[in-house]
Design a protein around this ligand. Sequence first.
Ligand SMILES: [Zn+2]
Length: 185
Amino acid sequence: MISTVLIAIAALFLGSCAALTTSTSATADLGAKAVKTIFTASEDDELRESQVSPFDDSHRAISNLDPQLREALQEAAAAAKEQGIKDFWVTSGWRSRGYQQELLDQAIAKYGSEAEASKWVASPDDSSHVTGNAVDVGPTDAADWLSRKGQRFGLCQRYANELWHYELAADSQGQCPAMRPSAAS
Ligand SMILES: [Zn+2]
């Protein structure tokens, strides 16, 4: 009886090994892109999309934004469209801490030091994307429009080196605070 069970377990084990071997080689054949898709944290995959409609409330990059920021963004996007801006995307909105850390790690690898990287990417503790208080906008025409017209919606460019990064920062008079040279300054 026991040996029958052991044989059954062994058969199951061998069967699953065979299946694993088959799927591994199939994955390898699909190339690097497929492997990356399989091994990235699937819950953050949609946050990596860089052309999200500001009106897509089902997307976490949009739905997890501060509600007032989201409303201002949608009003601005509608106005931009009326004024001939054909494309208006959120290239990055709300971010999970894990995704923010991933972006910081990439920036450190790219710029060679944490100090240089911090001019472009904040830590998960400091990022206004993680708290839902910032959006990055693209393409350049949309960001340029927002840099000139965003103030009337309360949306302010915060850093001189980031034409794309906006926060709901205008005061009660509709004035944006002075821009800082970069997030690290
Ligand atoms: Zn940003």
